[in-house]
Structure formats: C-alpha cells, structure tokens
Design a binder for this molecule. Sequence first.
Ligand SMILES: Cc1cc2nc3c(=O)[nH]c(=O)nc-3n(C[C@H](O)[C@H](O)[C@H](O)COP(=O)(O)OP(=O)(O)OC[C@H]3O[C@@H](n4cnc5c(N)ncnc54)[C@H](O)[C@@H]3O)c2cc1C
Length: 319
Amino acid sequence: MQFSLGATQAGKPAVEQDVIILGTGPAGLAAAIYAARADRKPLVLAGPDLGGQVALTNAVENYPGFPESVGGGDLFSMFQKQAERFGAVLDFSTANEVDLTVHPFRILADTGEYHAKTLIAATGASPRRLGVPGEDTLLGKGVSYCATCDGAFFRGRNVLVVGGGDSALEEGIFLTRYVSQATIVHRRNELRAGTLLRERAEHNEKIHFLMETVVDEIRGEESVQSVAVHNVKTGKQDVLPVEGVFIFIGHEPNTAVFRGKLDMDPKGYIRIDDRMRTSVPGVFAAGEAADSVFRQIATSAGMGVAAAISAERWLEENK
Ligand SMILES: Cc1cc2nc3c(=O)[nH]c(=O)nc-3n(C[C@H](O)[C@H](O)[C@H](O)COP(=O)(O)OP(=O)(O)OC[C@H]3O[C@@H](n4cnc5c(N)ncnc54)[C@H](O)[C@@H]3O)c2cc1C
C-alpha cells in the first residue's frame, strides 16, 4: 500500500516507536499510563477531540475513586498528567491513514509519518446527534447521550427519550429508576426495539410514548426547560415541559481509518479477542472503538490497560 503523502510531509523522516496509541480518551490514556510505566515512551496521537467524550462531560459520578464526583475535563487532565509523568508524549494530531501490511506499521498523521512496532486503536465512538437547535448548547445541561452516566441527576424530573430502538428502550427503562416520567419520542409509528423490551417498556407506568413525532428544538437558558416537537403525520406542533433530553438514535465508532485493514463487525466496531488483539498481530484495540456494549469510562480505561499489557507482551515475544 502506498501513502498519498502531502507535499509538507514528504521528505520528513519517519519516527519509529515501540507503541503508538491513537486517541486521548480514557482507553488511550489508560493504555498510555501502562505503556509509559513499562518504559516504552508511547506516542499518543490526540485526534480531533482532545480528551475524548469525557471532556464533554460536566460531572462524572461513577468513576471509581471519586466519591464526590469529578469534572470530565478534570478527569482527563489527571489521566494526561499521569501518562506524561511516566514519559508518554502527546502529539496533537489525527491519524489520517494507516498501513498495517508492513511492519513496523506506518501511520500518516497531520504532523508527519510515524512507524510503530505496536499500535493501539483507541479512537472511541461518537453518539449520533439529532442536529436540532439547543442540542449542542445544552449538552451536559439536560441533554445527554448516556442514561447510566447522567440518569441520577434527574431524580424526580420529567425527561424525554429520543429513539425507538433497543438502546432507547433499555436506557428509558433504566431512567425510570430515577425520573418521574420518561416520554419516548419516536419518528415512526412502530418501535424498532425487540419484543421483550417493548413489552417491558409498555408495562412500565413511568414510560409514555409519543409516536410519529420528531424533536424540532431543545429550549432553555441555563438548562433544558422544554422541547418543541411536531407530529410528522398531522404537522401538529407542541411544546413539552421537560428537564432532560436523552438521545439514543445511534452510536458510531470512529474506525474509518481502519476500514478494510482490521476485521470489524457490521457496525464498524473493531473485532478483538479477550486480550484486545485485533485481526493484525501487533495491533490492539480498546474502548468504544471495539465496544458497543458497556461504553463507560471505567470499562474503556480497563480495556486500554489490557491493550497496553498485551502490547508489552507482544513486544517482548517479538524482539
Ligand atoms: C456527554 C457524555 C457524558 C458521559 N458521561 C459518562 C459518565 O458520567 N460516566 C461514564 O463512565 N461514561 C460516560 N460517558 C461515556 C464515556 O465518556 C465513554 O465511554 C468513554 O469516553 C469512551 O472512551 P474511549 O477512550 O473509548 O473513547 P473516546 O472518549 O470517544 O475518545 C476517543 C479518542 O480518539 C481520538 N481519535 C478519533 N479518531 C482518531 C484518529 N483518526 N487519530 C487519532 N485519534 C483519534 C479522539 O480525538 C478521542 O481523543 C459519557 C459520554 C458522553 C458523550
């Protein structure tokens, strides 16, 4: 495979590393801490979102070791400091192409070309956005993509759950532990979720359904106060007074750079074994790039740790 090197990259000598990590979310930085402590001086490419999804989170209440909760940005800074303290180097660039058919692997990033004996893919995932006014400005102020993370902030409140698939129903049912009422808004007249989940949701007295309805705008100053919706059949508009909006319309792994190069499931999550090994020896994956199920800071960090330990063993065995 040939890289299409841009003029500014051409001629720049490639830097060879024992371990290159793509991503500065919990998976990437946890891997960096372990690889750095093993004296591998890992290079971590930050990617387009420094700190990953954690950096979008106001308060994290479920990461072990922080009984009083911790700000997402603060948690990221602590991960970063800990990794750098042991010798990890952060490079503020994104990997645009990788060649895994050669060894050392070749990575072409904004800042140049790198060669890696082992590569850890920790490029995470992104929740699919609704794309309506208010969604971005009220993120973390009532707008959420994670019931497990944020549900407890909505004790006794009314919330809207957007989506009609398994995630929307699963998370909606979970939210009823805390909220007074969860209204599930779905644009079709039938839910896509499986029968069991549908039955459980339909029998839950805290769950209400608003079918054939789409969200037009999320409103509020300091936090969410209401949501404007309309019925797709009748065109009838309405404003629903809610304090939370949980959006579950899909989740996309950031794995485009590995497409065709690593085995993936049909949704684009990298397939790994129980040691975080991918289909290419020497390439490991961790966190939400390879996990469509748990999607938590602690589980992603744990996978990052496992990937770094596996990479270390691989380096030892393939000296
Ligand atoms: C709003 C919100 C609130 C949340 N709250 C909580 C919570 O309270 N508790 C909890 O446990 N979980 C929470 N989560 C989930 C948690 O943030 C994720 O499970 C976790 O961040 C996933 O970690 P990750 O390292 O796999 O990926 P991410 O955090 O998604 O990080 C991916 C990293 O990869 C980088 N990257 C992407 N493409 C490239 C590339 N081509 N080259 C180099 N780098 C690349 C990105 O820049 C980013 O740094 C929340 C999620 C969201 C969206």
